[in-house]
Unconditional design. Structure first.
Length: 199
């Protein structure tokens, strides 16, 4: 039995932090896991910048409400879900993802959660489990699934490499150069064709 594991941001929807960086006029917030492999370091840095500027969860959610899936993403996801099981495994947060899941037709999402104070300020974050993407893929494999994964960032490499096969999608030149053994695609039709072949 096969199951496809997809990253969310950069693959199906725009990067939330980049969108918020543009909306808030704070360029430092445009750093993502494409730029910083250490997720804990990245998140603590983001939370510090938000506190410095007095920006709470509500401001980020305002930006998220305006974000639409990437062009062609929902159609790709619908076609993929018609032929195999699909799970989105993301390092985003429940408080961010709900409006995006609605726009994508409510696919299954496994993500993390934010710790928010009574004043609406983000204090911390809670990972669902350690190395959440790799751990989730390994758990699916332990249940008898062959995993096929796709993502665009450093934090997707472990789940891509751990499965039956995997693909990079709209990744950076640096990641593509460092991992020439992983097929990389720019268009949904090409990714869908590669997944179908792997199935």
């Amino acid at each position: 039995m096969n199951i496809v594991c997809l990253d969310l941001e950069g693959v199906l929807v725009p990067e939330i932090w980049i969108a918020f960086s543009e909306e808030s006029g704070i360029p430092e917030l445009s750093r993502t896991t494409r730029d910083e492999p250490d997720y804990d370091k990245l998140m603590k840095w983001r939370i510090g910048i938000l506190a410095e500027h007095g920006l709470g969860l509500d401001k980020i959610q305002e930006t998220i409400s305006k974000i639409d899936p990437l062009p062609g993403a929902k159609d790709f996801l619908d076609k993929l879900r018609s032929i195999t099981q699909v799970i989105i495994i993301s390092d985003t947060f429940e408080q961010f993802a709900t409006p995006l899941m609605k726009k994508l037709g409510w696919p299954t999402l496994m993500c993390n959660s934010l710790v928010v104070g009574e004043d609406g300020m983000i204090r911390d974050y809670k990972m669902r489990c350690e190395q959440s993407k790799l751990t989730t893929v390994k758990a699916l494999q332990s249940m008898g699934y062959d995993t096929i994964a796709s993502g665009d960032s450093f934090n997707d490499l472990a789940m891509i490499e751990a499965g039956k096969t995997g693909f990079l999608f709209r990744t950076t030149d640096k990641i593509r150069e460092d991992h020439p053994d992983i097929e990389a695609f720019e268009e949904y039709d090409d990714l869908l064709a590669a997944i179908k072949k792997a199935l």
